[in-house]
Every structure is written in structure tokens, then in C-alpha cells.
Design a protein around this ligand. Structure first.
Ligand code: SF4
Ligand code: SF4
Length: 357
């Protein structure tokens, strides 16, 4: 059986990273790519088949360690809620909350607190429900500021359509530790079905240019990863995608679909029995902050249906150890009936325990 663990960091197998979105599912070294990803889509499986005994062991340890869990492993900062694309697997276009960009005073407040309280392993993300590069040079300034304050592990997602050679060099020199590029296809036609409004050739070229900037200017703790969200539209291109990016020595991350709390127009099929449900990684390990400063229920709560705090008034530590903790404890105790309806009925927790066979 594949050995799968969960947590921060990356483990690469033949240039492949197979993982869920934020919670990397590590395959042991020596596991081949074919072993890792062949088989059916995990969403067609019942819950018992999509998570392993490793997931349950991780959870047991996580429950035991909750008392020491005083700061989130992932702080996800929405520098902007605006996006230049309209991807089919994203709920950005369905947000009912107001889209805005984070004001600098709030950004500074968050970064200053993380710099003091976070561990070296804490990941700080510069995006949530939007495309951070839409802010142009402001994005570079935010990277510079966070790194100047000693943030060790600064990362972002991007569709890369708005990147330029000059900005690549600036971002790399500023010290961004990783950039996860959403591409999901190997041809322009499939790309355009998924990443509506994007330019496949431009995104690919910008990704290659960024890699060149890394080769020229990066420190060892900087990298780029291309991402493939496995879905019916592109499933047939998965192997080609991996082979294509191997040529450029760029790592690949494959992850299953997530509904973002059911806000997307597809269904994650699962026949799981409620007794098989596990506590959700999205609520246990992630503290997102929307551009206007609210802390959503979990990493998948794009629309902030379950606000847990206002970071304009509270600290990250306060929110994490009060409201968020109460919600984590409900999950850890398996008291599903006490969850709000959107969380009780949500299947996105399965994505956090993704297993590829
Ligand atoms: S580029 Fe990212 S934020 Fe924008 S629509 Fe696509 S998935 Fe959503
Ligand atoms: S199961 Fe609950 S905590 Fe997990 S992603 Fe869904 S809404 Fe969020």
C-alpha cells in the first residue's frame, strides 16, 4: 500500500508531488509515478477507500497535539479577491461577499504577528479567493515586506497569465519561497474549457520564464510547482502534463477536485457512512483571512459563510484559540450533529485525505 502522510513541506517522487491543496499527501520516496496516480478518480470511491490507516494515525496524533496547537500551520491571506480568470472549478465568480483588496495596514498587522508568533514551518499564503498578480507591483511589495520581517515560508498560487519576465526576477529576488501555478492542461483547447479567460501559451511561457529566473537568482529554499486538478475535462492529459513539465525540471502537483463547500457545479460522489467521517484538515490546519479581514469557517469557506472572527480587531492567535478552536474540537470529537449545516453536509474533507492508488 502507498505510504501517505500529511503535513507541511513537499516530498517529491520522480518530479511529482501528489497532494491535496494545502495539506500535502506525501508519497514515500521510491514510489513510482505510475504507482502513485494510476487508478480511478478518488471522488468515485467510498470514504473508506479514499483514506488510509495512515490518515487515521495522523488524526489520532493530531487530536493528542491539539493542546500544543497554538498557532495555525497555514495562514492564508487574501491580498485580493479579484481575478482575471473564471475557472470552472472555482467559486470566485459566485462570491456573495464584497470583493476587495487587503489594505496595507491590515496586511502589516498580520505579517507582524506571524513574524513574532509562527514557527518556521508555518506557511504564509498570499492568496485565497483571487489572483494575487492582478495587483501588479503591489504584489512584489507585499513579498518584499513579508520577507523583510523574517517570514520563512512565503508562498502563493497564481494562474501566471499576468506574470512578466521582469516581475519574475523581482519576485524571485524578493525571496518568495514557492509559487503554485494552476495550469491543468497540456493543450490550449482543454485549458480554455477549464481556465476560462486565460491564455494557455502565455501562462506556460511565463512559467518557464519564472523557472529561468529561479535558476539565475534563487536561493535553495525557493521553487515553483505546476498544479493539475484532476477532473473529467483533463483526466486524459494527466500523464502528458507530468512528462511535459519534467522536461523543464518543474515539479508537478496533482490534486482532486474540491467543491468549495458545494459552491461549484459538480458533485463529489461519496457513499461514505457518517461513522467513517474524519475531522477535516481544512479546519484543523488553516486560518484564512479575507481581504476585508474576516476569518472564514475553514480553508474551503471562500464565501465566509461561517465567519469566526474579525482580524481588524483581534489577533490571529486569539481567533485560532477561541472560535476556531471550538470548531476544531467539534471535528476532533466527531460531534457532526453540532456542525452548521454547510459543514455537516460538506464532502471537501475527503480532498484533504486524498489517496492515489
Ligand atoms: S485563477 Fe484561481 S482564483 Fe481565479 S478563477 Fe481560476 S482558480 Fe479561481
Ligand atoms: S467539511 Fe467543514 S471544515 Fe471541512 S472543508 Fe467542508 S465546511 Fe470546511
Amino acid at each position: 500500500m502507498l505510504h501517505i502522510t500529511f503535513g507541511d513541506g513537499e516530498s517529491h517522487v520522480n518530479n511529482i508531488t501528489v497532494s491535496s491543496l494545502l495539506f500535502q499527501s506525501h508519497l514515500s520516496r521510491g514510489t513510482s509515478y505510475n504507482q502513485a496516480i494510476k487508478g480511478e478518480n478518488m471522488q468515485d470511491k467510498s470514504a473508506r477507500n479514499v483514506y488510509s490507516t495512515d490518515a487515521e494515525a495522523y488524526l489520532a496524533e493530531r487530536i493528542e497535539n491539539e493542546a500544543q496547537n497554538l498557532f495555525p500551520q497555514n495562514v492564508v491571506i487574501e491580498t485580493t479577491g479579484f481575478c482575471n480568470l473564471n475557472c470552472i472549478m472555482c467559486s470566485n465568480d459566485k462570491l456573495t461577499r464584497k470583493k476587495t483588496s487587503m489594505r496595507w495596514p491590515l496586511y502589516i498587522k498580520l505579517i507582524e504577528e506571524i513574524a513574532i508568533k509562527a514557527s518556521k514551518e508555518t506557511r504564509v499564503w498570499l492568496c485565497y479567493a483571487g489572483e494575487p498578480l492582478i495587483k501588479g507591483e503591489d504584489f512584489v511589495d507585499r513579498v518584499c515586506f513579508a520577507k523583510s520581517r523574517g517570514i520563512e515560508y512565503l508562498v502563493t498560487n497564481s494562474n501566471m497569465c499576468l506574470m512578466t519576465k521582469e516581475m519574475s526576477e523581482e519576485v524571485v529576488k524578493a525571496g518568495l519561497n514557492n509559487i503554485f501555478v494552476g495550469l491543468d492542461a497540456t493543450t490550449a483547447d482543454v485549458y480554455s474549457q477549464i481556465r476560462r479567460g486565460g491564455d494557455y501559451n502565455k501562462a506556460v511561457q511565463n512559467t518557464i520564464d519564472y523557472k529561468e529566473a529561479l535558476v539565475r537568482y534563487a536561493k535553495p529554499d525557493q521553487d515553483i510547482i505546476v498544479q493539475f486538478i484532476d477532473m473529467p475535462q483533463n483526466h486524459h492529459q494527466r500523464d502528458d502534463f507530468v512528462e511535459f513539465w519534467e522536461r523543464y525540471d518543474i515539479k508537478v502537483k496533482v490534486r482532486p477536485l474540491i467543491t468549495w463547500q458545494g459552491s461549484c457545479d459538480f458533485d463529489i460522489k461519496s457513499n461514505f457512512d457518517i461513522k467513517d467521517r474524519l475531522a477535516c484538515f481544512w479546519i484543523m490546519n488553516v486560518l484564512p483571512v479575507t481581504a476585508d479581514g474576516y476569518a472564514p469557517w475553514c480553508g474551503c469557506d471562500y464565501d465566509c459563510k461561517g465567519p469566526c472572527g474579525d482580524l481588524n480587531k483581534s489577533s490571529l492567535e486569539e481567533v485560532w484559540n477561541t472560535t476556531k478552536k471550538e470548531h476544531r474540537l467539534i471535528h476532533l470529537a466527531g460531534k457532526w450533529e453540532k456542525l452548521p449545516e454547510f459543514c455537516r453536509n460538506c464532502r471537501d474533507w475527503l480532498g484533504g485525505y486524498a489517496m492515489y492508488m
